[in-house]
Design a protein around this ligand. Sequence first.
Ligand code: GDP
Length: 471
Amino acid sequence: LANILHVSGSEVITKLIALGVMASLNQLIDSDTATLVAAEFGVDVEVRDDSQELEALLEDVPDKPEDLEPRPPVITVMGHVDHGKTSLLDYIRHTNVTATEAGGITQHIGAYQIEVRGKKITFLDTPGHEAFTAMRARGAQVTDIAVLVVAADDGVMPQTVEAINHAKAAGVPIVVAVNKIDKPGANAERVKQQLAEHGIVPEEWGGDNICVPVSAKTGAGIDQLLEMLLLVAEMEELKANPNCPARGTVIEAQLDKGRGPVATVLIQKGTLKVGDIILAGTACGKVRAMQDYKGRRIKKASPGTPVEILGLSEVPEAGDLFYVVKDEKLARQIVEKRQEKKRLSESAGPDKVTLEDLFKQIQEGKVKELNLVVKADVQGSVEALIQALSKLSTDEVRINIIHSGVGAITETDVMLASASNALVIGFNVRPDANAKKTAESQQVEIRLYRVIYEAIDDVKAALEGLLEPIY
Ligand code: GDP
C-alpha cells in the first residue's frame, strides 16, 4: 500500500495507529482500512475484488443432455446408535468386495464401491447424519440416497428421527433397512408403524419409502436391499458427464507421514486423471498418484467413484469441493486469494438468516422460507410450538420446522440449522458447550425462551419487520 501511495511504510503505519489499527509492516489489512489510510494521504481508492473473477472460472458449466451418462448412486447409511449401521456397511463390503479378490484386503479410504448385476453402487464409509450434515454445511451435496437403519427389536429412536429430518432437509430419498430381523424380539410391522408417524410411509402402505427387512448378521434381505438401491437410483436418473474436467467433493483427508497430504475425493462429474492439476479448499497441486478402495493404483476415475489422491500442497477439509483447472499458475492464484480471504475474515461466514434481519431479507426477496429447528424440555411444548409457529406462514414466507425434539440443543441441531440456513428456537432448554461453539463459528442464531407466546410473538414480529432489536 505504501508503494502505491508513494510514501514510506512507517508513514502508513503511523496513520494506521492513529486509526487504532496496530499493524506491522508485512501485515494484511482489509480494504476498508486501506481506503481510510489512502484517504488520509488524499488518495481515492477503488476496491476491486479479482478473487470473484477467479472463482467464476471454477463455475460449473451445464452439460448437454446427450453428454450425460448414468453414474453409480452414492449412499449414506444413517440411524440410531447400535442399530447396525457399521455392521451393515461391513457385511456389504465383505460379501461384495473382499470375496471377489483372492486374498484382497480392502482399504479404508472413506468410501467403497460394490457391483450388483454389473451395476456399481458407492457407499460412504462414515455412517450417521452428523457427517452427512457437516458436509452439507460446507455446501457439499454428495449423497444421493440415504439408507435408514432401524433395529426391529428396538424401533424408532431419537437419532432415527434426527436422521429422517436431516435426510429430508437435504431432499434425499430414504430407503429403510429394518435390521436385526434375526433377533427373537424383532417386530418389523411395529417399526413401519412408528416410521409412518414420522412421515416415512412404506410403499406397501401406499407411501414413497421402500422398506426392506434385513439382518446384518445373517445377511438375510441384503441382496434385496441392494436391488432396491439400484431401483431408486434408476428412478432418480442419476447421470453425469464423464468427458469434462473433473470436479467433486473431498470425503476425507489427512496428513500421512510418508506420503504427505492424502485425500479421498468423490468424482461427481468428469474424469480425474493422474497428472491433472487440482484445487480443493486452500490446497492445490498435481495428482501424483491415485488409488481405489481396493488399494489398486489407477490412472483415471469416472463419476461416482471414490479415489484416494496424492499430490496436494496441504490437507483439505472434508466437504471441500475440488476442481481440475487448466494450469498450476491459475490454481495457485485462486488458492492464494482464498488463503488471504480466510486470514482476513477467519470468523465471517456466509449470509446466515437471523430473526433481526429476516424482514429485510424477505423484502429483498432473499428469503422465501423460514427454516426452524425447535427444541424444548417436554414433548407437549414441542407440539405447542410447532402448531403455533406453523400457523405463522404467510403468502411471502413459509415456516418450515425442519427438525424438532425434546432435550438440550446439540451440535448436530446447530449443524443441521447451518446446512439448511435455519435458526434454532429453544424453549426451557439451553445449548450444550459444543453447540454454543459451533453456533458461533457457523453463525447460527439460537433464540432461547421461557414463555411460549414470546417465542411466537418474536417470530411473528420478525416476519412483519416489527421485531425490537436486542442490544
Ligand atoms: P451402529 O452403532 O449403528 O454402527 O451399530 P453396530 O453395527 O455397531 O451394531 C451394534 C450391535 O448390534 C453390534 O453388537 C452388532 O453385532 C449387532 N448387530 C448389528 N446388526 C445385527 C443384526 O442384524 N442381527 C443381530 N442379531 N445383531 C446385529
